[in-house]
Design a protein around this ligand. Sequence first.
Ligand SMILES: [Mg+2]
Length: 217
Amino acid sequence: MIRGILLDLDKTLVNVLDYVDYCSALRALFKHLGREVNADVPETYWGVCASKAMETLVALSGSVEWDTASNIIEEYEIKGAGASTPMHGLGRFMDEVGKFDKKAIVTLLGPKATKIVIQIHKINVDAVVSRSRDFKPKPYPDQVLQALKLLDIRPSEAVMVGDSEWDEKAAVSAGVCFIGVTNRRPVHHFKSSIAVVEDLHGACEVLRALRKNSLVC
Ligand SMILES: [Mg+2]
């Protein structure tokens, strides 16, 4: 039985991405690092700058350079967070999420930007796992596993909803079933989702089916 819902934040519940100048953030980051670093991450649709900024944080995870790198990017994310807009259908979707026992945000955004977004959009959850030096970021399963720990539920009792292939990989690697939200992009690379939907209205229907046991993970 599904008891807990894990939610990606950016471009799943709220559009922050389109308000963050990730290209300037990336320039500042590369200037600081003095080099480009690479990581093996899934293909997704965030745009070159945002994708590379997040890939750089994945590559630097566990290194002494991570904190400063994350802070450089978060300066720009904080500016974008204040201008962020809800994804279509957020209110109805969160009403459905509220019918489950427990819910958590699992996001690649920095903690300060995450807090701003959650406050502005009045998102009510039991736990928040944002980007942190303590956990390897999505697409690794560590943030998802931390959310499960905070909610005190097993992977089989949770479902995650997210808009990116990074979310899917993190969820599935943690043993959590996944609902992919395409945001109507013509091409996506979701391959292990129990359902792939266009928007939060579609995700809401899948959660309802899970709640009524007409769909199982
Ligand atoms: Mg996202």
